[in-house]
Design a protein around this ligand. Structure first.
Ligand SMILES: [Zn+2]
Length: 146
C-alpha cells in the first residue's frame, strides 16, 4: 500500500492524494484517490481492514508474552504476586485524609484507622508473606535482634 513518491523518492501511502513527505500531488483529487482506494479495497476481502492512510494492510497479531516464563528463561528472580501493597495503599489513603483539616475527632479517627490498616499491610507483607517466601533467609538474619 506504499509507493515511492516520484518527486522525493520516499515511501508514502498510495491512496492519499498528496505525498505525505513533500505534498507532491499523486492523484488529481482527494475524491479520485478515495474512489480508487474503495475500488481496490472491495476487490479483495483480505483488504477490508485497510485504511487509506496505511502504508501496509494491518495484520492482527496476537501479542501475548508470558513474562514469568521469560524471566525464568533469563534467570531473573520474580517475586510472586502479592496483595499486601493494596492494603498499604488503602491505609495511606486514610492517613492522608487525616491531614485534611476536619474536626479533630474525625482526623484522629481517620489517622487511627489508616495507621492500623497501614500497619496490617506492612506486617502482612514484610513479616508474614516474606518469611514464608524466604524461610532460610529469615531464619539466619530476619529474627536476629539488633
Ligand atoms: Zn514526495
Amino acid at each position: 500500500m506504499a509507493v515511492d513518491c516520484p518527486r522525493c523518492g520516499l515511501k508514502t501511502p498510495r491512496f492519499l492524494d498528496l505525498c505525505r513527505n513533500d505534498g507532491y500531488k499523486l492523484w488529481p483529487s482527494s475524491y479520485a484517490a478515495s474512489a480508487a482506494f474503495k475500488a481496490w479495497r472491495d476487490a479483495d476481502p483480505a483488504r477490508a481492514a485497510a485504511s487509506r492512510y496505511d502504508m501496509e494492510i494491518p495484520q492482527h497479531v496476537e501479542n501475548v508474552v508470558d513474562f514469568d516464563a521469560k524471566a525464568r528463561e533469563l534467570g531473573i528472580h520474580m517475586p510472586p504476586p502479592s496483595r499486601w501493597p493494596f492494603v498499604i495503599c488503602a491505609g495511606a489513603l486514610f492517613l492522608s485524609l487525616a491531614a485534611i483539616p476536619f474536626a479533630t475527632e474525625v482526623r484522629i479517627t481517620l489517622a487511627v484507622v489508616g495507621g492500623l490498616i497501614f500497619l496490617i499491610g506492612v506486617v502482612g507483607w514484610v513479616l508474614v508473606e516474606d518469611v514464608q517466601m524466604y524461610p532460610a533467609e529469615s531464619a539466619d538474619g530476619g529474627e536476629v535482634h539488633h
